[in-house]
Design a protein around this ligand. Structure first.
Ligand code: NAP
Length: 281
């Protein structure tokens, strides 16, 4: 059984990206820039945004955080996004979610130039991904995809089951695995016989938000199990998969922490560089 080391894979990816940024700098005399808009005082968002900035700077990207109080009006944020859309020093724009209730998520996401949408949430990018065209792909499923491919480069004809249908995780994950010629089932809270569905999976991706939902007897022997869940419990941070049980059955499994989590920020950096490169052509 392989414990998929997301920390090391992410570190390797960041190192490759750093080389790429160095080469871009030599060739074009400029570097990709990531701008993050952070609204309010929500502690996890603040920590996450600081980590993004630290990682961006470490690989040589330009990084900027624009902070607003949670009383900020929607119009001001939309005007700032419009300004950033026109700024050629800004390659990628990310508005950290969740937003305060009085700010409309969809309006904000729709306002970002799809070519600068490093989160891959803009409807143009969602549509392009589902049509199989080039697009920004949401960072967490992109990271899961890279981890799966590391274990199994040829996914042709594999049976994949995705647990969770969020726009952030489950849906884009489905598109990525369809593109790899997997036969994909997407399951959710209304799915009947969830355990039986999971038992069919060669590749099981779980993004639900319920600690240790997936047990050892839900998983096919020799499968690859990717655990996206991050749940705070009395025993610390745990995933959506019961690691102790499932690691005895699966061929490969991501731990929590140290699996998918570290890949998310590395993929954000990757997306920023891809946006920069697309702006050059
Ligand atoms: P979400 O938007 O809340 O979606 C959860 C999905 O799980 C929904 O589709 C829901 O079904 C489904 N679900 C809920 N209860 C279920 C059940 N009992 N059986 C089957 N399906 C069930 O969550 P998310 O944003 O995708 O996040 C999922 C987890 O990933 C969370 O723990 C989150 O913290 C974590 N996460 C981790 C990273 C990372 O970097 N590792 C990034 C983002 C999120 P319905 O659609 O029917 O409601």
């Amino acid at each position: 059984m392989t414990i998929i080391d997301g920390k090391k894979t992410a570190a390797d990816l960041r190192s490759n990206l750093k080389n790429e940024v160095d080469n871009l700098k030599k060739k074009y005399n400029k570097v990709p820039g990531l701008t993050v808009i952070l609204i309010g005082e929500y502690a996890p968002s603040k920590i996450y945004v600081r980590n993004k900035e630290k990682s961006a700077v470490e690989i040589g990207l330009k990084s900027e955080i624009i902070e607003y109080p949670d009383t900020i009006d929607e119009k001001t944020v939309l005007e700032k996004i419009s300004e950033l859309n026109k700024d050629e020093n800004v390659s990628g724009i990310l508005v950290q979610l969740p937003l305060p209730k009085h700010i409309n998520n969809k309006k904000i996401i729709d306002a970002i130039d799809p070519n600068k949408d490093v989160d891959g949430f803009h409807p143009n990018n969602v549509g392009n991904l589902s049509s199989g065209y080039e697009s920004s792909v949401p960072c967490t499923p992109l990271g899961c995809h890279l981890l799966i491919k590391k274990i199994e480069p040829n996914l042709n004809g594999k049976k994949a089951v995705i647990l969770g249908r969020s726009n952030l995780n489950g849906k884009p994950m489905t598109q990525l695995l369809l593109k790899e010629n997997c036969t994909v089932t997407i399951a959710h809270s209304k799915t009947k016989n969830l355990k039986e569905e999971c038992l069919k999976a060669d590749i099981l991706v779980v993004a639900v938000g319920i600690p240790k939902l997936v047990k050892g007897d839900w998983v096919k022997k020799g499968s690859i199990v990717i655990d996206v869940g991050i749940n705070k419990t009395d025993e610390g941070i745990v995933g959506d998969v019961d690691f102790d049980e499932v690691s005895k059955i699966a061929k490969a499994i991501t731990p929590v922490p140290g699996g998918v989590g570290p890949m998310t920020i590395a993929c954000l950096l990757k997306n920023t560089i891809e946006c920069f490169k697309r702006s050059l052509v």
